[in-house]
Design a protein. Sequence first.
Length: 262
Amino acid sequence: LVLLGDGYTADEQEAFRQQADKAWHALMDIEPFRTYQGFFNIRRVEVVSPISGIAETESRGRHPATPLGMHFWCEGTARLLCADEGATARYAGDSTGPQYLIALANSVEYGGAGGTGVTTLAGGSPDAGRIIQHEIGHTVGDLGDEYDSAPDDADYPNLSTLNAEDMLKKQTKWWRWLGAVSPDGAGTVGAYRSANGLYRPTPDSVMRTLGSAYNLPSREAIVQELYRKVRPTDAPSPPPGEVAGLPRLDVRPLPLTGARQL
C-alpha cells in the first residue's frame, strides 16, 4: 500500500503522516484485511505541495494546481474525489511487486473514490477511516456499491439480478454462501433486493453503509484477488518435471515462522 498526500505543504507533512497512519490502521482493522495484513507492506510518500489544500466543492471547474491534481466534482459528482493517476504513479515510483496507490487529499470535506488506479479519500475528514474501508473494496475486490441509489450494474461479485432460489438453482454468484450467518450477526447471507432492483448478499455491509463489515461473498472476492497478486509460497522442491517411481505423491506444507499463519 503506497499512501501519498496532495495539497500538503512542507509545514503540513506531519498532518499527512498522522492522517495516512490513521487511514491504513483503519483498513487493517476490518476483515479480511485484519487477517491478511501480513501480506502488505505500508509505504508513505511525502509529496510537498506549493499550496495548501485541493480543489474542493466550491472550486468546481477550476484546474487543480497541486502535484497530484486531486479535486472534487469528478465526473460531475460533488463527493467523488479524483487524482491524476499518471502523476500519482510517478510519485509512487516503481516497485518489485504489485502496488495499491492511495491518495489522501488535504481536505476535511467528505469524499473519496475507488475502483481505479488510485484510491482516494479526504485525509482530514472525520469519516476518513470509514471511507477507505469502503473505497478499497472497489479497488481490491472489484466490489460494487450496494446502496439503493447505485447504478443497476450487476457485473460485480456482490451484486446479482437473481434471487436466492434462482442463484442456487443456477449455482452462480454467491450461491455457496446462502444461509451462512452474516459477519455482523444481522441475519444470514441471502438475496436482499435494493431499490435499484439488484440483489445484495446481506441486509447491510460496508459497501452499503460506512462503518459496517464486509459480507462473506465480498470478503471472499478480496481474498481471491490478494492471492492473484501475492504468491506467499516458495517454488516447489524438487523442481517441476517428470515423476518416476511410485505413483503416489505426498504434499507436506512447511510451518511458517512468525505469528501470522496461512
